[in-house]
Design a protein around this ligand. Structure first.
Ligand code: SAM
Length: 501
């Protein structure tokens, strides 16, 4: 069905919700608003209002946005996942909203070649192969039209280009507004990391061909990101099957809560734990990756020490005044990290796994400690069963070692949630950490682990993949190391002398 067949459709407003069951439809699959940042959505709504429901819209990647856009535009939507396309269509039918949702196998950008220039007033790129979709969608937008791209936090920077960096070249001539979401969005959902939607405007008056570079040499090959090993296909169907098998015996039966009082309780418990291990009075103390800062505040209440909490993100809780606790937004592993002076004690809890330059951070911890000072490090290990950080929705062990991020994303889509892969966790093993401690000059005083026993039956089923890791790594969730900066500069024999410190 072409775009024109959409004219005159019923534009009833869809109100489906993912946050709570919608009484009108019994739907729990779709949230009420597109997965776009709040201010981007306002901008889009203002723009679409000018067309009185007649904006010609193209959406690449269907979902909650389909329901929302279908009630405001003449919508054509491409989706590659048959199951998801079916769910979106069923939801539209249930709501009596019409839209042209087409199931198009990946890569669907080849279908964009079929349309004449300036066919659309609005294009949303929120699915697969985004850079390629952008490249081919540019000429399809009428002058003055909007091209909206979600997750542009993945553009990165010139020095650290991200997955979508190439789009900055493709759209270098376009007017651009980046809308970042800080804190929970209107539905109450809060991204764990940065989240940005960008709105690009095709300048009015430019020719429909402007910015269009035709690349006929590009083969439209199928991209299959599913892993196959030992005859097993690690695809969505296996992922879903395993999750159902483990639903009644989840890996983490009671995940940590993040409401204010649970956070404060957790902070107090961690503070007591640290106080049980170390004398923390009369000291200058640094927390690396302090998050909201609840541990430092709890420790400050129980000691007379001075605390500095450092994190790459700033948290609203930092504005609550607290005696002897200050905060700093910085990445201490960066070469241009600020000078923060010297400390008697440094601790870090559940952070190092997310640090992109873990060795640089270990060296920094060493550098900021006074001789004789202690680093108390507690961090998640990549080879452990829970390191995907997705155990709230994914119940079986080691999903991140078995499945690609694309399959994670397909699964989240299939349950009506924002697609996401496993969390970014550096892949250091216990042996890597121990080597790095020594290389940085630390003396290791104590090393302990929290473990989950290996699920032997599961291990046997997937030994083809899991067998590549030592079993002692597969059972370790967290490492806790107590490290001392020696008082003399003599580091003894350096077993890693072949590596420059
Ligand atoms: C899982 S949270 C843990 C926060 C807190 N320590 C806790 O246990 O609740 C990880 C924290 O590490 C921070 N982080 C990640 N990389 C960092 C870096 N390079 N420097 C400082 N903080 C970092 C994140 O911003 C986040 O606040």
């Amino acid at each position: 069905m072409g775009v024109r067949t959409l004219l005159g459709l019923n534009k009833q407003r869809a109100v489906v919700s993912n946050e709570s069951q919608n009484p009108a439809t019994n739907s729990t699959l779709f949230r009420s608003l597109p997965w776009l940042t709040d201010r981007a959505l306002d901008r889009i709504e203002d723009f679409l209002n000018n067309f009185g429901g007649r904006a010609r819209a193209l959406e690449l990647g269907a979902g909650a946005s389909t329901i929302w856009l279908a009630s405001r535009t003449q919508l054509l939507s491409f989706e590659h996942d048959p199951q998801w396309a079916g769910q979106v269509k069923a939801e539209l039918a249930q709501r009596s909203i019409s839209a042209d949702v087409q199931l198009v196998p990946r890569p669907y950008f080849y279908r964009l070649e079929e349309f004449p220039n300036a066919s659309f007033d609005f294009i949303l790129v929120d699915g697969r192969d985004r850079v390629e979709c952008i490249r081919r969608a540019r000429r399809l937008l009428a002058p003055g039209g909007l091209l909206v791209i979600d997750n542009t936090e993945r553009i990165g920077s010139k020095d650290k280009p991200g997955r979508y960096y190439e789009m900055t070249y493709l759209l270098s001539e376009w007017a651009c507004e980046h809308f970042k979401q800080v804190g929970p969005d209107r539905t109450g959902w809060e991204a764990r990391g940065p989240w940005m939607t960008s709105v690009y405007t095709r300048a009015a008056g430019t020719s429909a061909e402007a910015g269009y570079e035709q690349d006929r040499s590009d083969p439209y090959h199928e991209i299959d990101t599913t892993r196959t090993k030992g005859g097993v296909r690690y695809d969505l169907s296996l992922f879903t099957q395993l999750n159902e098998e483990y639903r009644s015996k989840p890996l983490v039966p009671r995940p940590r809560q993040y409401d204010q009082s649970s956070v404060a309780d957790h902070g107090a418990k961690r503070a007591d734990f640290l106080l049980g291990k170390h004398d923390l009075n009369g000291k200058r103390i640094l927390e690396i990756g302090c998050g909201r800062g609840e541990v430092a505040r709890a420790l400050a209440r129980k000691t007379d020490s001075e605390f500095l909490g450092v994190d790459i993100s700033e948290y609203p809780d930092w504005s609550t005044p607290s005696e002897r606790v200050s905060y700093l937004k910085a990445d201490l592993s960066a070469p241009d990290a600020p000078d923060i002076g010297k400390f008697d004690f440094v601790y870090s809890l559940a952070v190092w796994e997310h640090v992109h330059h873990p060795y640089a951070m270990i060296r920094k911890a060493y550098e900021v400690l006074k001789p004789g000072g202690i680093l108390h490090l507690y961090c998640n290990l990549y080879r452990g069963p829970k390191a995907s950080h997705r155990y709230r929705e994914i119940f079986f062990p080691w999903p991140h070692l078995l499945f690609t991020d694309e399959v994670f994303e397909q699964y989240y889509r299939s349950i009506g949630q924002r697609p996401k892969g496993a969390a970014w966790v550096n892949q250091l093993s216990v042996a890597d950490y121990v080597a790095y401690f020594s290389l940085a000059g630390f003396s290791l005083q104590n090393l302990t682990f929290s473990k989950t026993p290996i699920d032997e039956e599961f291990y046997k089923r997937f030994e083809d993949v899991l067998g590549r890791f030592p079993r002692f790594d597969l059972e370790k969730d967290f490492l806790r190391a107590i490290l001392i900066k020696p008082t003399t500069t003599d580091r003894g024999v350096n077993p890693f002398k072949f590596i420059k410190r």
